[in-house]
Design a protein around this ligand. Structure first.
Ligand code: GLY
Length: 563
């Protein structure tokens, strides 16, 4: 062959390969609830880390600078997508201590004592976040755990400035924080909410993070830190043991999957209720031409889908290692068709007409992060410590703020609640069991557009993700998913909650006429979202305007990887 033709032959051989090569994002993106956490992720990506290293860095930084939302004393769900297509949910949810029992939060008369599962050491489940971070770094990351934790350790030592949002959260929990001397000295200033710009330094937390960085999960769950945690919790009336910490296990779970009009949904599996409820709602809505309907009809149908999915959530969902969940049935299109058959277009279905299940109560302080790297790896993770500042209790000598995730269990299953309803046995307390969650980190995919989505917001998380998902399906970008006005129904109480600008006056009148009881809600949620359009080669990211987070899209400078 003439040397002239050789380059052409080479091109002909390479073209099919190039055509089949998986597309790669032209930029990386990070959206998180705090600019310092977003910066921590960026630092680690620019140090040669991948999306999983960056997710570890962002999670750990949020644990430091957003102590009211998540922490290494808490847990979460990390949904991972590797560029080779592998998808997994890393379940770092807290578990009930081995000494826990069904009636832990009841008094002698069998009445619930709410404060016991909200404030102080008895409210805390065994944390999962440290084990999850070590697991993700070790199994999926490229950098050493110590490198990914470095920004968080620095932030804990050097400190971060108090914002107006911090002040609001601290004011909400001030009395409870003052009951814990270590929490008061870490998060308050002389027992009061610190002034704007005041620096919060957490030297003991930095030392605990260093133990994790150097020894992996053992640095937290065994040895000196573990001994301090157990002694401190027990001295404060809690029930942790060394065995609880030593036996904590991260679980890798298959995410739940669904389809909605050609869109693929991958979302958190139980012990989160999020993925199942999200897909159940979408299956119901798939039977209606939503885009062609009048907005008020669209809202009504969405609300009826929410009502039915939340009823099922209350009845069937719990820790899959303890209860059998009828996932296949709940996610079957025929089941959705059955639910649709009970929906009237001109009238609300009173929740009391549906088969009874327990009312849902859940804390609403949680956080979310979405990360995409330029290789096509991505993460959507929702993390929690439950109520703002969790249990508001810091274990002396560790800097660890305890979660109050035990409150996410049904405190009194099998006993009629205020509505006379019985249920929630699937989510009753048992030793070593994970409490049901609403956290809904999700991936969406349609026509080469890939969305990473999630938000804090307690029981409202799932309906926020639903509304964001419908915006994605309609072809809108992440700015629209995170900023659109929100509405919510959760079966009980039988109320339609809405942000002030979610419904206009005509829509409010019409929905009232159809039998809905409306309640205006303060702005809620803090969605963090990323879009990679692999067909158009575009990346976008957005952080909820209701929060103080930051979303960035950037091209990291390549640095040789080390491990
Ligand atoms: N604590 C909030 C949740 O797990 O959904």
């Amino acid at each position: 062959m003439s040397p002239l033709y050789r380059p052409l032959l080479l091109l002909a051989l390479l073209l099919p390969l190039l055509a089949n090569a998986a597309p790669q994002p032209p930029a990386a993106a990070i959206a998180s609830a705090h600019p310092l956490a977003t910066a921590a992720g960026r630092e680690v990506l620019e140090a040669g880390g991948n999306a999983f290293d960056a997710a570890v860095a962002v999670s750990a930084a949020l644990a430091v600078v957003e102590p009211y939302s998540s922490g290494i004393g808490g847990g979460g769900f990390w949904l991972l997508h590797r560029a080779d297509g592998r998808e997994v949910m890393v379940d770092g949810r807290e578990v009930a201590p081995l000494a826990a029992h069904r009636d832990l939060y009841l008094d002698e008369q069998g009445a619930v004592i709410p404060a016991r599962s909200m404030d102080g050491a008895l409210a805390a489940g065994i944390p999962g976040e440290p084990a999850a971070l070590a697991h993700i770094a070790q199994r999926y990351g490229r950098l050493p755990l110590a490198r990914s934790l470095a920004p968080a350790i620095r932030l804990a030592r050097v400190g971060f400035p108090v914002s107006a949002y911090y002040q609001r959260m601290a004011e909400l929990r001030r009395p409870a924080l003052n009951a814990s001397p270590a929490a008061a000295s870490q998060f308050l200033a002389d027992g009061a909410v610190p002034p704007l710009g005041h620096t919060i330094r957490q030297a003991e937390l930095a030392t605990t993070l260093e133990a994790l960085a150097q020894q992996g999960a053992d640095g937290f769950y065994r040895g000196e830190i573990a001994e301090r945690l157990v002694a401190g919790v027990r001295a404060a009336g809690g029930i942790w043991s060394a065995d609880d910490l030593a036996h904590y296990q991260v679980v890798e779970r298959e995410p739940v999957r669904g389809n909605y009009r050609g869109m693929k949904i991958v979302a958190a599996a139980p012990p989160s209720s999020g993925g199942i409820a999200l897909i159940e709602m979408l299956n119901v809505l798939a039977g209606y031409p939503l885009e062609q309907l009048d907005p008020v009809d669209r809202i009504q149908l969405s609300v009826e889908a929410m009502r039915r999915a939340y009823r099922d959530r209350a009845e069937y969902l719990g820790d899959p290692d303890f209860v059998t969940i009828p996932t296949e049935r709940l996610l079957h299109p025929l089941y959705a068709a059955g639910l649709r058959a009970s929906i009237r277009r001109d009238q609300a279905t009173p929740s009391a007409l549906l088969p009874p299940a327990a009312e849902l109560t859940e804390g609403d302080h949680t956080t979310h992060l979405s990360v995409l790297d330029t290789e096509g790896n991505y993460v959507s993770a929702t993390l929690s410590i439950n109520y703002p500042f969790g249990a508001a209790w810091v274990v002396p000598g560790t800097g660890v703020l305890l979660n109050d995730e035990m409150d996410d269990f049904a405190a009194k299953p099998g006993v009629p609640n205020a509505y006379g309803l019985v249920g929630a046995a699937a989510n009753e307390i048992a030793p070593g069991k994970r409490m049901l969650s609403s956290m809904t980190p999700a991936f969406l995919e349609q026509d080469g557009r890939i969305g990473l989505i999630g938000t804090p917001g307690g029981s409202r998380i799932i309906t926020m993700v639903l509304l964001g998902t419908l915006e994605f399906a309609a072809g809108h970008g992440p700015q629209q998913w995170v900023s659109q006005p929100r509405y919510h129904h959760q079966y009980l109480p039988d109320l339609l909650f809405h942000e002030a600008d979610a419904l206009n006056e005509t829509q409010r009148d019409e929905l009232t006429l159809r039998g809905y009881t409306l309640r205006t809600a303060d702005p809620y949620g803090n969605m963090q979202a990323v879009l990679w359009d692999s067909v158009r080669g575009r990346v976008e990211a957005a952080s909820d305007p209701r929060g103080e987070g930051e979303a960035v899209v950037f091209v990291p400078q390549p640095v040789p990887a080390t491990k």
